[in-house]
Design a binder for this molecule. Structure first.
Ligand SMILES: *[C@@H]1O[C@H](CO)[C@@H](O)[C@H](O)[C@H]1NC(C)=O
Ligand SMILES: *[C@@H]1O[C@H](CO)[C@@H](O)[C@H](O)[C@H]1NC(C)=O
Ligand SMILES: *[C@@H]1O[C@H](CO)[C@@H](O)[C@H](O)[C@H]1NC(C)=O
Ligand SMILES: *[C@@H]1O[C@H](CO)[C@@H](O)[C@H](O)[C@H]1NC(C)=O
Ligand SMILES: *[C@@H]1O[C@H](CO)[C@@H](O)[C@H](O)[C@H]1NC(C)=O
Ligand SMILES: *[C@@H]1O[C@H](CO)[C@@H](O)[C@H](O)[C@H]1NC(C)=O
Length: 413
């Protein structure tokens, strides 16, 4: 016996009705999204922006709502039903507001939160630390203030933490030594202070930028072992360069410029097997130890800037043997002795595009190879030294005169 057509249609009708009242989006996630939008000053939501499109008469995770939630969120229907919001990634439309009235605990499947390049202000809420699935937290270039919550150290899945370019104060919480999955950590351009913490347990950390803060004390004697990039530029760090930096076997970029670091530039820096960029300018270094073995031939250094220190002694000859080196800045130190012929050969051969030696106590003649260089062919400067002659018609002598004999005698040149 075939059933009556109406009896066939009834279950279908029922399903359609249920869909209409039941949200595709998890109820708690929906509330959190609503709270986020309502905590942004409406005047700061421009037409055409992601937040302007968020219309809560529609269901954010419903595929039929793509006209109303054009951007800013991602949902995942495979991890749970109703769907969970896994990503909030706002455009940089200039939104202002704070994050305090959002129930971050509610949106517990969030893996990525990106509010970069806006004008969010106020503290970073402690409750963000309840987002145990969070892999990316990007709050760069806003106006967040106050301390970094120590509880963020419990985010056990965090891979990228970008808090740079805000007005954060206080220290980096010691709890951050537990962020063992962290690969990238950006703190630059804040107002953080105190000792820079020991992060040596962070075996996955490759990129660490804490420049432009007020960190003082010494560089930690133990560092994350797999760093590629370490920048602590523009702080108030003191003491000497720790031996641990020589053990960072993948390090490519080291920028410690504009601190108060003293002592010698250690031999393991110029002799480092992977280092490509070294900037120690504007510190208080007084000596330079040459690359110990192999005379620089195996170095991968491309650019070295040691300007603005008090380094004495002869120019390091190992540099001339570094095959990839294109930029050498040794200005404003206390280097003495003659300009090595090897330097002049590299410049004349075109493989060293920048050699800035001004503001030292170099003496003797200008190497012959340099005399024929044409202006614009190379960035070369020998000004403000103790050279026999450095006439103005040579472009690399122009700008500042050679030092007076009296000044030159001070350093035995
Ligand atoms: C925040 O969300 C959690 C989990 O979904 C819930 O248990 C809690 O009551 C919410 N808190 C507030 C203040 O709404
Ligand atoms: C940073 O801190 C210093 C003092 O520690 C203070 O004078 C300065 O105003 C602060 N800057 C910001 C942007 O908060
Ligand atoms: C580092 O700065 C803090 C305040 O920001 C200060 O209390 C401390 O004495 C400073 N330490 C050093 C070694 O200068
Ligand atoms: C080294 O650092 C100083 C100060 O932070 C900066 O002005 C300079 O451009 C840097 N040198 C190079 C070669 O990037
Ligand atoms: C540099 O070192 C000298 C002595 O070695 C010290 O007198 C001076 O204060 C230091 N300068 C800075 C900026 O740390
Ligand atoms: C050479 O480099 C210095 C330092 O970066 C820069 O100030 C100068 O303009 C450069 N000169 C030329 C001719 O490129």
């Amino acid at each position: 016996m075939t059933p009556h057509p109406v009896r066939l249609l009834l279950p279908l009708l029922f399903v359609l009705l249920v869909r209409a009242v039941d949200s595709v989006t998890n109820r708690w996630d929906l509330l959190a999204l609503r709270d986020l939008k309502s905590s942004v000053d409406p005047a700061s939501i421009p037409r055409g922006s992601c937040l302007a499109s968020w219309d809560f008469d529609h269901d954010p995770c419903d595929s039929r709502s793509t006209d109303c939630f054009t951007c800013g969120i991602r949902c995942d229907s495979t991890i749970a039903a109703p769907s969970r919001v896994t990503e909030i990634s706002l455009d940089s439309a200039g939104y202002t507001g704070s994050l305090n009235s959002v129930n971050w605990t509610a949106i517990s499947s969030l893996e990525s939160l990106d509010l970069s390049y806006n004008s969010f202000a106020g503290p970073i809420p402690d409750s963000i630390s309840s987002l145990s699935n969070l892999r990316h937290l990007h709050l760069s270039k806003n106006s967040f203030s106050g301390p970094i919550p120590a509880s963020l150290g419990s985010l056990g899945s965090l891979q990228e933490l970008r808090l740079d370019n805000n007005q954060l104060t206080g220290t980096v919480p010691p709890s951050f030594r537990k962020l063992s999955t962290l690969c990238r950590f950006q703190l630059e351009q804040n107002n953080l202070s105190g000792d820079f913490p020991d992060l040596s347990l962070l075996e996955n950390l490759q990129f660490l930028d804490a420049s432009g803060n007020q960190f003082n004390g010494t560089i930690p004697s133990s560092l994350p072992p797999n760093l590629l990039v370490l920048s602590l530029r523009d702080n108030h760090l003191t003491g000497t360069i720790p031996v641990a930096i020589g053990d960072l076997q993948y390090l490519q970029v080291l920028d410690l410029s504009n601190n108060e670091i003293s002592g010698a530039v250690p031999p393991f820096l110029l002799g480092h097997p992977s280092l490509e960029q070294l900037n120690l300018s504007l510190n208080n270094f007084t000596a330079l130890a040459e690359a110990e073995s192999k005379g620089g031939a195996e170095s991968r250094l491309v650019a070295v800037d040691l300007s603005g220190n008090r380094i004495g002694g002869p120019l390091p000859t190992s540099m001339a043997a570094m095959p990839r080196l294109v930029s050498v800045t040794l200005e404003n130190n206390r280097f003495t002795g003659a300009i090595p012929a090897e330097y002049a050969e590299r410049v004349a051969g075109g493989s060293l595009g920048r050699l800035l030696l001004g503001g030292n106590y170099l003496h003797g003649p200008i190497p012959g190879e340099m005399m024929g260089l044409r202006p614009g062919s190379v960035n070369l400067s020998l000004v403000d030294n103790c050279l026999n002659k450095c006439p103005d018609y040579l472009f690399f002598c122009r700008g500042r005169h050679q030092k007076s004999p009296v000044d030159c005698e001070t350093f035995g040149s």
